[in-house]
Ligand binder design. Sequence first.
Ligand code: GLV
Ligand code: MN
Ligand code: MN
Length: 418
Amino acid sequence: MAVGHMSACKESSESAARVMKHLQLLSFVTERAGEITRRYLTPQHQKANALVGNWMKKAGMKTHVDSAGNIIGVYDGMDRNAPAVLFGSHLDTVRNAGAYDGTLGVLSAIEAVHCLHEQHIRLTHPIWIIGFADEEGTRFGVTFLGSAAVAGHWNSAWFDVVDMDGVSMKEAMLSFGLDPDRIEDAAIPRSRVKDYYELHIEQGSVLDASHRALGVVSCINESRRFQLSISGETGHSGTTPMSCRRDAVFGAAEVISAFEKIASEYGDRLYCTVGSIHCAPNLANCIAGSMELRLDIRAGDQELLDILEKRLFEAAQNICRKRRLLFESTRYFFSPLVHCCADLMEKIRKSLEKIQGYSPVLQSGAAHDASEIASVWPMAMIFMRCAGGKSHCPEESVRQDDVRCGIEFLLDLLCSNY
Ligand code: GLV
Ligand code: MN
Ligand code: MN
């Protein structure tokens, strides 16, 4: 149904204020007071689903939680047999997160539906919104759990992965009230969905630096993650001669420095991070016998990543050999370079031109549920500027006026195309 978006959203400033309020309310749903930490299958996940489900209902949607713990809202279309236009993003967070990563996309889409509902507008196609249960992998170290289940890519080996307290994913699902035997019910049949969109904060500084509110994403960069082990020998810190040590911490320090030096040669064309380190026995008076590191490398160029990966691991092997340490690596995560659907990008471009008069195109350096979804349905993403490009930290922020633009954009996209 073609309806002017402005008639669908009489009061977009009020809508933006409501989204900001809901984002704040969601930020209070946290495992630790004073920060935002909301992990998969925790009581806070349960509470976030309840809040979001309530807002979906107020927006005129029917809701349910699927067998992976995703909250899903459905706003019927005039043609009940028409495939849905699907909006999604995630409700979980990293530790000590910002308030907008993931949540912004879910709550903005709900608000767009709310506007339609208030104006008694039904489109031809149903609108579905999913708040994905886990994208960050903060609890179990496995990412995209919610979207993988929806895309039909669940891996049953994940049930046995344990969190830091030794609780398996299967046990956590049961405590949450989910039936692991029914996980496959979360997969949405391909024919039920027409197109997928995800609105997300940019998490980088391209839009902010160019004073643009919204942009269209061309692709999501490839991402590879590795578990690295460096093994030496533990011993007494006060008696073992320096020349005899096989110290895993000193070895890892040299390896990490070499990684930084190598990656820096490529300027801003790639990203290399060692964001997680654990040593054992982790005591001041013991030489560390082992180090476990997690390495994350990303780029929009697969060949460049192949070269980087080879160089990093050669350097690590050489350093460890000289120090009589054992170096081992296992790739535990891979998300390929994914291009957004050209037709959907064009739809986004047209709506952005109408709403803000320009439509910058940019790549995504961050990973998204959209990557997982792209193998099943046409997918596209819209980025909103965030101050200084800061994300995965409490300083994340967006402007209320950009949120207003985002809602107007979503309404135009919906009313012009679906
Ligand atoms: C998710 O936010 C990621 O880019 O790792
Ligand atoms: Mn994130
Ligand atoms: Mn995110």
